[in-house]
Ligand binder design. Structure first.
Ligand code: FMN
Ligand code: SF4
Length: 475
């Protein structure tokens, strides 16, 4: 494949602040090493290599950078979890699985700006003491995998990667590893198992926190593509200056992927917390589709809890007082979305208008999770499939009113009872959709269906719910 890939220009929205996506869709930009270097590329790696590794980590801590892969964990803090007395090799893994539905940002970095990622990875590897790093990339991105491999070859030829980088004692090998296209390979311990050549069954935490017991039971730092790119900008600006971008405890920029019922869906890089959900939808994305009203938003990828369009949230202000916040007024940061009962997650904002049936939306999500459960834990394996079967029949008009309580009961038995957070990822949509749209979901069911002799499910469900209630009161 030719490494030169010219990209058609597309103007960013004036409300965007492009840091990570500065070169994405940039007129005349291409993926060559020479283009990247001519634009000031790899200066931050040189700067970092002149610092001590602990100083690099300290800058990242000061920056307040939080992971962009889903959990929003502080990156610099994660890096310090490598045991200080460690004598084993340390590994760095870039999570390029991008598997959360509604999320489509990492792929643009991989396709259009691979050297930015390599530079971020080289700085991160230097800071944590890794001499070998992996980019775990999902199978569906074959072009991106080839682009990365070409970029790595170029970087090795230019002594940016490989032995004694830029004449220093630091050496680093980066290996591109292609997955086989499974959601669970995005979960960091499932990813590690897959990288070891095994079935991607997530590991239980504790004890298998990757920073202590990761790849081949060695300390391993797993970070998202976007997170690793931010590291370069932290070094460029210095931790304190970076921390001033965005808002307190929610620093930097982040890429939001907006999909669903807006006029202009797409990716938008904004300063964290400096734009509200309403501004994103109405100004940046051109508003709802003509004649349509906002019904709901899933703010951080399919696993985050749904928010109603007409909801008012009670949140605590920093001085301890309570205040009411309408959905459109929610600032898009990690903490406010969590205070509103959802999460910023992976940045996938899914907008739902009043033409959508909630049972259809929930069924769509349930079908995904039923398909993607790795099958290791019984509540998740059985429960995800069971929830999908129930919403299947609600959508087909064969649901009964007891279906709603059965769904809640199943979700409640998955949440908190599984090896990995997939359990919550598949339980939260069901729980939150029922919590927020119970009337509509119940309205999609019918007592007549329950009364039909041909419906053994209804009889079984009533027995199951009665037994579950009796067991609950006996406990
Ligand atoms: C089911 C599941 C799927 C996940 N998928 C991804 C993914 O595709 N990409 C990603 O970066 N993180 C994903 N994560 C989060 C990772 O486990 C991990 O927290 C993340 O890669 C850490 O990077 P960060 O600290 O830079 O966010 C997933 C987590 C779960 C529970
Ligand atoms: S919660 Fe689900 S996806 Fe995670 S380990 Fe258990 S079965 Fe696998």
């Amino acid at each position: 494949m030719d490494s030169i890939r010219y990209i058609a220009g597309k103007e960013p929205h004036p409300r965007e602040r492009r840091m990570i996506f500065r070169n994405v869709d940039r007129e005349g930009w291409d993926t060559r090493f020479a283009t990247y270097v001519a634009d000031g590329g790899y200066l931050e790696l040189r700067k970092a290599l002149a610092m001590k590794p602990a100083e690099v980590t300290a800058e990242v801590r000061t920056s307040g950078l939080r992971g962009r892969g889903g959990a929003g964990f502080p990156t610099g803090v994660k890096w310090t979890f490598i045991p200080p007395d460690n004598t084993k090799p340390v590994y760095l893994i870039c999570n390029a699985d991008e598997s959360e539905p509604g999320t489509f940002k990492d792929r643009y970095i991989l396709h259009q700006d691979p050297h930015q990622l390599l530079e971020g990875m080289a700085i991160a590897a230097y800071a944590v003491g890794a001499r070998k790093a992996f980019i775990y990339i999902r199978e569906e991105f074959p072009d991106a995998a080839r682009i990365l491999e070409e970029a790595i070859d170029e970087a090795v030829r230019e002594n940016i990667l490989g032995e004694n980088i830029l004449g220093t004692e630091f050496s680093l090998e980066i290996i591109v590893h292609r997955g086989a296209g499974a959601y669970i390979c995005g979960e960091e311990t499932g990813l590690i198992e897959s990288l070891e050549g095994k079935r991607p069954y997530p590991r239980i935490k504790p004890p298998y926190f990757p920073a202590a017991l990761g790849l081949w039971m060695c300390p391993t730092i797993v970070n998202n593509v976007e997170t690793l790119c931010h590291v370069k900008h932290v070094i460029a600006m210095g931790g304190s200056e970076y921390a001033a971008v965005g808002t307190r405890n929610n620093s930097g920029t982040r890429i939001l992927c907006v999909s669903g019922d807006v006029v202009k869906p797409g990716y938008y890089e904004i300063e964290v917390g400096r734009m509200t959900l309403g501004e994103l939808i109405d100004d940046v994305c051109g508003g709802m589709r003509p004649g349509r009203a906002l019904k709901a938003v899933i703010p951080g990828g399919s696993s985050s809890k749904v928010l109603r369009g007409d909801e008012t949230f009670t949140i605590r202000t920093p001085d301890g007082a309570s205040s009411g916040l309408a959905l459109r007024d929610i600032p898009l940061d990690f903490d406010t979305l969590a205070a509103c009962g959802s999460m910023a997650g992976s940045g996938g904002v899914i907008v739902i208008d009043d033409s959508r049936s909630i049972s259809w939306v929930l069924n769509n999500i349930n079908a995904f999770y039923a398909h993607e459960s790795c099958g290791q834990c019984t509540p998740c394996r059985e429960g995800a499939l069971w929830m999908r079967k129930i919403t299947d029949r609600v959508v087909e008009g064969r649901g009964t009113p007891t279906d709603i309580d059965t769904l809640l009961s199943i979700a409640g038995q998955i949440e908190g009872r599984t090896i990995c957070a997939f359990g919550e990822a598949c339980a939260w949509p069901t729980q939150s959709f029922i919590h927020k749209f119970r009337d509509e979901l119940t309205g999609a069911t019918s007592e007549d269906n329950a009364a039909k002799a041909s419906n053994p499910e209804a009889v079984a469900q009533r027995r199951y719910l009665a037994e579950a209630a009796a067991a609950g009161s006996a406990r």
